[in-house]
Write a protein that binds this ligand. Structure first.
Ligand code: KIV
Length: 345
């Protein structure tokens, strides 16, 4: 995560292009992708340094409340894409081609054109070798394509459920060969969903194009998550095992954003679980790998450093041992803000 955080907001972030993503791969630098469907979330995500924003057809589930991605239409996708484009500041915007929007070559070209004209930087299509022609046709016309393989939600009715793909040797070989074919056809990126980690690792090291994973282990070049899942508000009754609630980590990241935004004297009021004010801290620097969170400032006399560390650690999901406090304790009551207030502020 160190690499990722170093590229975040307030550091004159340059737009993320295919070249940037290719260089991440060359330099073995991991990159991040999150979904967004509207402008506020897109601006938070892009400003926090996420490299790719996917306007995914997962919007059918997390925004529209359907039980699959199939009902999403081109017009709806474009509406959400335009909202995201309005909030974006430099992330690469990838837009999903909805179910059946590329069922023929002509349809695919026309619909990809619409997405690019609405502000996408690349399009994502689900499928294996059968989408090679489409990938080539789009790429020839200057449209970068991300091929989505493994578990492809648009074919959920054929697959019969959210199962890991590529476990048995013949399926594994097929996925590897199709990934190679797609790269040859001109795909600019590959996304692997729900495949065994060792398969994703093999494909990542075989292909020159960046490989993004979701539920595909830790060895892909980039990782993607549906933002609702990441925030712990997944609509799925039985969320897949790979879904992790990153909210505490995000809040830690927001600490960093705040400290970057207002380097000196950014006062943050801390509240404990019972809403008691327990400290008034100034966010100072974080070390370069962000393994240590350094906080300095003023705390109440009646709150020990240990209690502050435990509270921060419990509330924001960071290890108490990574928090370094340097606080002056005072006796007079101070009106304090919560971290969330500080972020809005
Ligand atoms: O639509 C989407 O959000 C996706 C991700 C699950 C990768 O395709």
């Amino acid at each position: 995560l160190g690499d990722v955080y170093k590229r975040q907001a307030f550091t004159n972030k340059k737009p993320i292009t295919l070249t940037t993503l290719g260089n991440f791969k060359k330099n073995s630098e991991k990159f991040t992708c999150l979904t967004a469907y509207e402008s506020t979330m897109a601006s938070v995500i892009s400003e926090s340094g996420v490299d790719i924003i996917l306007v995914g057809d997962s919007l059918g589930m997390v925004v529209q409340g359907h039980d699959s991605t199939l009902p999403v239409t081109m017009d709806q996708l474009i509406y959400h894409l335009e909202c995201v484009v309005n909030g974006n500041s430099g992330s690469h915007i990838m837009a999903d081609m909805p179910f059946m929007s590329y069922s023929t070559d002509d349809l695919g070209l026309e619909n990809a054109k619409r997405l690019m004209q609405a502000g996408a930087n690349s399009v994502k299509i689900e499928g294996g070798e059968w989408i090679s022609n489409m990938a080539q046709a789009l790429s020839d016309r200057g449209i970068p394509v991300c091929a989505h393989m493994g578990l492809t939600p648009q074919t959920i009715n054929r697959i019969g459920g959210h199962h890991v793909q590529g476990r048995d040797p013949s399926q594994k070989e097929k996925i590897i060969n199709e990934a190679i074919a797609l790269e040859k056809a001109g795909a600019a990126m590959l996304l692997l969903e729900c495949v065994p980690g060792n398969l994703a690792q093999e494909i990542t090291s075989t292909l020159k194009i960046p490989v993004i994973g979701i539920g595909a282990g830790i060895h892909t070049d980039g990782q993607i998550m549906v933002v609702h899942d990441m925030l712990g508000v997944s609509c799925l009754e039985k969320p897949p095992k790979f879904i992790k609630n990153f909210l505490p980590l995000i809040i830690t990241n927001l600490f960093i954003l705040v400290s970057n935004a207002a380097i000196s004297n950014s006062k943050v009021r801390l509240l404990d679980y019972s809403n008691n004010t327990i400290g008034n801290i100034t966010l100072s620097n974080f070390d370069s790998s962000y393994n240590i969170i350094k906080l300095k400032g003023i705390a109440h006399n009646n709150v020990s450093d240990t209690k502050l560390c435990t509270t921060i650690s419990n509330e924001y999901g960071v290890k108490a041992s990574t928090i370094e406090l340097s606080l002056i304790h005072i006796s007079e009551p101070t009106r304090l803000l919560s971290i969330a207030d500080a972020v809005v502020w």
